[in-house]
Design a protein around this ligand. Structure first.
Ligand SMILES: [Zn+2]
Length: 414
């Protein structure tokens, strides 16, 4: 459900990016990128080669912490494992966040060596989110170089737990910690400049578990079988009708269970991801999953030849839930992004997606997620790639958007 933030009287008057860029310090920051682009590329490679599997982001976090400290920020790692670097503004009571997630979807042991050929880089995680992390560092360095003091305090964040079962725990912790002061969040995720995510897609991840006594395939034949029950329930579930509008999707992503081909299993489990533009459809689909699993268990019990050998138990648990929300069309943040787009002669389309921006958006805090420039593809696959050509435009766009909501301190004339 869209959550609208009340218009805040404290939002500084939006200076168009064209005028923002007239400020000599902003100009100096914008001009930092081009001569330093190979430094930015090098940091991206270095960070991508430090593995950051789900729930194991600490090594990469430590490297980002050092780099943000070198950019002159006061940096800490919070209890969740997020790196938080602060650039104090004139008004310390108000904050804006620039964030990129640290984690990848790749398990420990994945070869994350980056293969470089000119601007082209190949490695798992190079784009998602090596690009975003490199951009956070680049923006911090550019502001340091320009000695720019923002109006509102800027937090440069590298957060944990964006992917999968991380369930946005890093961004949840950031918003929890700074909620009273937080006025806007700009999330940098992946490459490109073609989109702006202003609508948070609500999603749930569920796990169905069916258990039974288990036995021998020959001597216990006829005993209720948890895998049979899971299959019966799954077939019912995938026949569930979902509307095209509001767009609603489901995916059976993982099936596990069983001990050997000649054993009646004692356990079977299923992981399902459901998403919808509508909270109501999400609720409906979640209860459909429960009903289908219950019915699958019932069908299996009904057809079991020997019920005296035990019965099946089942449960469906919530592994994760991402709340929905929407940035108002007349928000200061969207105006800042549009002005930045105009400055770099870029056009971007509004998108709905599930990102770190879900958390602030669900609470009525202005937030967007954008790519950090260049181009890339194959996210979440071993063939992931990134091409840094033209990434300056993405960095300038991100910088002007950030400064559009943080504001820039007025310089006293001397
Ligand atoms: Zn990502």
């Amino acid at each position: 459900m869209p959550v609208r933030s009340a218009a805040s009287p404290h939002i500084p008057r939006q200076a168009p990016a064209s005028r923002l860029s007239d400020n000599p310090r902003v100009r100096a920051a914008l001009d930092w990128f081009t001569p330093n682009i190979s430094w930015v590329n090098d940091q991206q490679v270095r960070l991508t080669e430090i593995p950051a599997p789900p729930f194991q982001e600490a090594l990469r976090a430590a490297a980002v912490k050092d780099l943000l400290a070198e950019a002159g920020l006061s940096v800490q790692i919070d209890k969740a494992g997020n790196v938080v670097g602060e650039l104090r503004g004139v008004n310390e009571k108000e904050m804006v966040v620039l964030a990129a997630h640290l984690d990848t979807v790749f398990p420990p042991g994945t070869d994350v060596k980056v293969h470089r050929n000119g601007d082209r880089m190949d490695a798992p995680g190079i784009s998602d989110n090596g690009t975003g992390l490199a951009a956070v560092l680049a923006l911090a360095r550019a502001l340091q170089f320009a000695r720019l003091k923002p109006q509102r305090t800027i937090l440069f964040v590298a957060d944990v737990g964006e992917e999968g079962e991380g369930n946005l725990r890093g961004m949840r912790a950031i918003v929890e910690a700074y909620r009273a002061k937080l006025k806007a969040a700009v999330v940098l995720d992946g490459s490109g400049t073609d989109h702006v995510t202003t609508k948070a897609l609500a999603s749930r991840r569920l796990e169905a578990l069916i258990t039974g006594p288990g036995g021998h395939s020959w001597s216990d034949f006829g005993m209720p079988n948890p895998i049979n029950a899971l299959v019966r329930g799954s077939v019912r579930f995938i026949n569930t009708k979902v509307p095209a509008s509001p767009r609603t999707t489901y995916n059976i992503g993982q099936v596990e269970g069983g001990t050997s081909v000649n054993s009646i299993p004692h356990e079977a489990r299923l992981k399902v991801d459901i998403r919808s533009e509508s909270e109501d459809e999400l609720v409906r689909l979640e209860s459909a999953l429960r009903e289908c699993i219950a019915a699958g268990v019932r069908d299996e019990m009904d057809s079991a030849r020997d019920r005296s050998k035990g019965k099946l138990e089942w449960k469906v648990e919530l592994l994760g839930s991402r709340p929905g929300g929407e940035l108002p069309a007349d928000s200061a943040l969207l105006a800042a992004l549009r002005a930045a787009d105009e400055f770099v002669a870029n056009q971007s389309r509004i998108e709905r997606s599930s990102t770190d921006a879900n958390i602030p958006l669900s609470l009525g805090i202005e937030a967007i997620s954008i790519g950090a420039g260049g181009s890339g593809g194959g996210a979440h696959s071993l063939q992931e790639w990134y091409d840094a050509a033209g990434r300056e435009a993405g960095l300038k766009r991100a910088l002007l958007t950030l400064l559009g909501v943080s504001g820039v301190a007025e310089e006293k004339s001397r």
